[in-house]
Design a binder for this molecule. Structure first.
Ligand code: NOJ
Ligand code: CA
Length: 554
């Protein structure tokens, strides 16, 4: 529970993360400082005032490490440096100092399941012999078939039909195959090799010593694999491969992974306040607490609000379930509606519920109409709803502008391996990663003075920061006000539900009288007595319209 004892400086409070608001920056698409069309660390430093104006507690930076950018930087070739395209370690230190000075903490992304094929250790492995020390840092095996021409198993990867690639693709000459849970350019580490454990502890310490406050752990359920032979072949049930109920999956969510995280926790706890971590683990809900335990990573993303429909019933059920899960080990809830892997939530909520979003994206957003206004309106309502819940909230850059997904990136400009390597069955995630519009009048909307690495559509001008700043009813002002109020209102991590007598309206309160009501699709609802603190859309005659959230104090 939130500490209620003696006041402590926020910087010493070891519980600061429990109800923090963390703003995700996708560095390449935030601000570009040197006109090469790629956002960079100096760009982030130049916008500290903006970040401060958001009243966030921390930023989380998606990877900025040296990378050939096959998977947007989640293909790391050196874990302890900055990609020259994005800056230098000195730029990083400068950015961190400026963030801390502004009272904003920083999470960096750690990608331990796989690296880039350009990582020196993979380059060493591919030129070494089978069974060599160099190859043993990865997962190399002989193929099946008379001449080893078939992959060792039928396992599939997220970004390619097979989870195995023949080494010849990268110049290897020994007829072996290597394992990759994602793209072939992202070889998986062999976590049964203690050298890998040691190297990641070194990486964590490197960033922790530089002053980083927390870590977001990519594919935290990966790392350990069942490599016992004969290999288990893929079952028709997906969960037996990577979403097991019993910790005995083939490719992910294996119980041994917690041995790794217990060691990481020991390292985190050597700092004061301890470093924090949040797991990105795509696992069955009942396994989430294992990642969020105070002996392991401490917190685990809960992505349910990204997927559930915008209905009173699913919102209420989801909150209840998430709170129960967080209680299992005393972690705090993690709410989020958008991130760099998902269609922006304003867009999801502007589509009819019957629309298959994947097919809609493949049609460049033409197969069904998008009601942008309703989408942004519902998105703000959903955001104010989750911001009033106990726990921490993870926001994604651009959502504070009510920004929509870009659906029509021309095929020649698509970067995402989810499209390119995946037989093009999925349009991919670039549409949520288009550089932010800062200034409606400027070239490239003030993101850069050179062509941006992903094209910004003309309609981005309507969402630009300078158009929204200071306008009371803009999405940006609503976020700024809500986050400011939230800071004042934050209290014990408890909620009480109240009957509304209306199936479309939810009402809950926090112990200090902070009440939140949301009307999904019902007719105007009479707001109970109390001081109206703020709302996601204008309120008239004390009535809450559909697609609106209000906070009141009573
Ligand atoms: C999850 C990251 O969020 C995503 O962007 C990436 O493609 C995969 N992990 C692989 O690292
Ligand atoms: Ca740049």
């Amino acid at each position: 529970m939130q500490s209620t004892g003696q006041p402590v400086s926020r910087y010493q409070d070891k519980n600061w993360w429990r109800q923090a608001v963390v703003y995700q920056i996708y560095p390449r698409s935030f601000v570009d400082s040197n006109a090469d069309g790629i956002g960079d660390l100096k760009g982030i430093t130049s916008r500290i005032d903006y970040l401060k104006s958001l009243n966030i507690d921390a930023v989380w930076l998606s990877p900025f490490y040296p990378s050939p950018l096959v998977d947007g930087g989640y293909d790391v070739s050196d874990y302890r440096d900055v990609d020259p395209k994005l800056g230098t370690l000195a730029d990083f230190d400068e950015m961190l100092a400026a963030l801390h000075k502004a009272g904003i903490r920083i999470f960096v992304d750690i990608v331990p399941n796989h690296c880039s094929y350009l990582h020196q250790w993979f380059q060493d492995a591919i030129t070494s012999l089978p069974n060599s020390l160099e190859r043993n840092r990865f997962i190399f095996r002989n193929g099946r078939g008379e001449n080893g021409e078939l992959p060792p198993t039928d396992w599939v990867s997220h970004f390619a039909p097979s989870a195995w690639t023949h080494e010849s693709t990268f110049g290897g000459k020994h007829n072996q195959w290597f394992l990759h849970y994602f793209a072939p350019e992202q070889p998986d580490w062999n976590w049964d090799n203690p050298e890998i454990e040691e190297d990641f502890l070194k990486t964590l310490k490197f960033w922790a010593d530089r002053g980083v406050d927390g870590f977001r752990i990519d594919v935290a359920h990966g790392l350990k694999k069942d490599l016992s032979e004969p290999f288990r072949m893929r079952n028709t049930l997906e969960h037996e491969v990577d979403r097991p109920a019993d910790g005995n999956g083939i490719l992910a969510d294996r119980n041994e992974v917690f041995d790794v995280y217990r060691k990481w926790r020991k390292l985190f706890n050597q700092y004061d306040p301890p470093k924090v971590a949040v797991a990105e683990a795509n696992v069955l809900p009942e396994r989430v607490p294992l990642y969020a335990s105070e002996e392991t990573l401490g917190q685990c993303f809960d992505f349910r609000f990204i997927f559930i429909p915008f209905t009173a019933r699913s919102y209420k059920e989801s909150v209840a379930e998430a709170i129960e899960l967080a209680k299992v080990n005393g972690s705090s809830c993690t709410w989020c509606l958008s991130n760099h892997d998902q269609i922006r939530h304003a867009t999801k909520l502007g589509l009819d519920k019957s629309v298959d979003r994947k097919l809609w994206m493949l049609s460049d957003g033409t197969s069904a109409p998008l009601d942008k206004e309703s989408g942004t309106r519902r998105a703000l309502a959903a955001t104010l709803f989750i911001l009033a819940l106990p726990g921490s909230t993870y926001l994604y850059q651009g959502e504070e502008l009510g920004l929509h997904e870009v659906t029509d990136i021309p095929e020649s400009m698509i970067q995402d391996p989810q499209y390119l390597k995946n037989l093009k069955v999925d349009k991919g995630r670039d549409g949520s990663r288009v550089p932010l519009p800062w200034n409606a009048q400027a070239d490239y909307f003030g993101f850069s003075t050179g062509a941006s690495h992903l094209p910004q559509p003309a309609w981005f001008k309507d969402y630009a920061v300078n158009v929204q700043s200071g306008k009371a009813e803009s999405a940006l002002s609503t976020y700024q006000r809500a986050l400011q109020k939230r800071k004042e209102l934050i209290c014990e991590e408890l909620i009480t539900w109240h009957e509304t007598g209306n199936a479309e309206v939810l009402h809950f309160s926090r112990p200090n009288g902070w009440n939140c009501l949301i009307n999904f699709e019902g007719s105007d609802y009479l707001i109970p007595q109390g001081e109206i603190l703020l709302s996601s859309a204008p309120i008239t005659d004390g009535r809450l319209p559909a697609g609106t959230t209000v906070w009141i104090k009573r």
